[in-house]
Each structure stands twice: as C-alpha cells, then as structure tokens.
Design a protein around this ligand. Sequence first.
Ligand code: SF4
Length: 239
Amino acid sequence: MRYIYGPIKSRRLGLSLGLSLTLDKVCDLDCIYCQWGSVGKTVLERKEYVKAEEIIQELKSWMQNHPQETQELKFVTLSGLGEPTLNTCIGDLIDQVRNVTGLNIAVITNSTLLGDPAVRKGVLKADLIVPSLDAVNQEMFNKIDRPHTGIKLNEIINGLIALRKEFRGKIWLEVMFIAGINDGPRHIEELNKVIQRINPDKIQLNSPVRSTAEKDVFPVEKAKLEKIKMILGDKAEIV
Ligand code: SF4
C-alpha cells in the first residue's frame, strides 16, 4: 500500500483508516518534534502530488480485501506523510472518499495554508478538521515549527478564525507543548486569548512521546499539562 496506513484505533476517532496525499514527506514546516524526522527542506508549492483517482483505487482495493475492518471503520483521516492541504486534489478527494465509503472524513492539518480561501473551500467538505497551532508569537513558532519563509503566523491565525466562520463541522485544535519552549505562563496566556478568537470545539493538548526530528525535544510533565488545561478551560483535553 502506498497511500493507506492503519487502520488505527484511537480514543478520539475510534477505528480510522489513514490516507496520505503524498508518497514522501512533503511539508511547509520542519517541526522539531516531527515523527517522520527532518528532510532538511520545506515545500510551499501546492500541486497534485498524487492524483485523487490513484488514492481511490487503492482505497477500493483495500476495502475489498478487508471487509470486516471496513465494516468497523468510523473515520477516514487525510493526513499522512506531510501536509495534506499541499495537494490541490484534497477537496475532490474528500468527495470521492465519501462516495466510496459513506464514512466521516477528518483532515489533520498544520494550519499553514488555511489563510488561502481555495484551501479552506477544499477542507470545508470534511466532517472534522484537526488543525494545529503550537505558538502565537513568530519567534516561538519559528523555533518549534521551523516554517518555510513564505509562512506567516498572523495569516495562519486569521485563516483559523475564517475557517471557524465558514465550517459547519467540528474543529479540534491541537497544540503540541515542548518543555521549556511554549509551556511558560506568558505564552499560555497569549495562546488562550488567540484560541478564544478561533473558538474551536475542542482544544487538544499534546506533548511528544515518540522519537522526534531533533534530539533535545522534551515532553511537558503531566502535572504541568493539567495546569495548562485548567487555564484553557472546559474545551481543553489532554490527548
Ligand atoms: S507539520 Fe506535521 S509532517 Fe510537517 S513537519 Fe510538522 S509534524 Fe512533520
């Protein structure tokens, strides 16, 4: 299988099948915590890295060969190796996956392209969007997410606010906390203000547990995450 991964069982989504919209890691960020490691470059060009039809063919064949698991699936998740919204076929793919599976569709995105109305138009077709936002000041964002030079944090935040206004499905905003970088009280206060403007349905607090792209990346202790959760309010949960 080239585009399918899983299925993966999670508390958040139940049994979900993952689809990658690229063959290799293609991303406009180079996060220090990336589980795929660093490929040493970022890519901002949107194009049809893989055709929707190719992914759909593989999906149909997987479903034929796994009838029992297909019955148990709750979600199809577009994510995979890199940033799925870099593939211009994402809106078309969501339509086709829905036709083939009849399942709910989630998009996991790093949020960088949500300032672009064409990107939002594509992802609006999903049922659930899980965008990430790790920092609300440019310096901290640069340190954690190491973006392509064309990416601006204020455009990401404005894109998330616009998405909330346009999207009828659920938004679960994910924040990855790295010990000693974005877990200080001042940043949490600023983050809280920005999150209130975005108004997601849930705020998912995460911290790296797997191997990361860089060596010196440490998770935030559970007790501290609990404190952050209290500050961010009822919508926040530790995942
Ligand atoms: S956005 Fe995701 S795929 Fe891209 S570098 Fe960050 S963690 Fe890795």
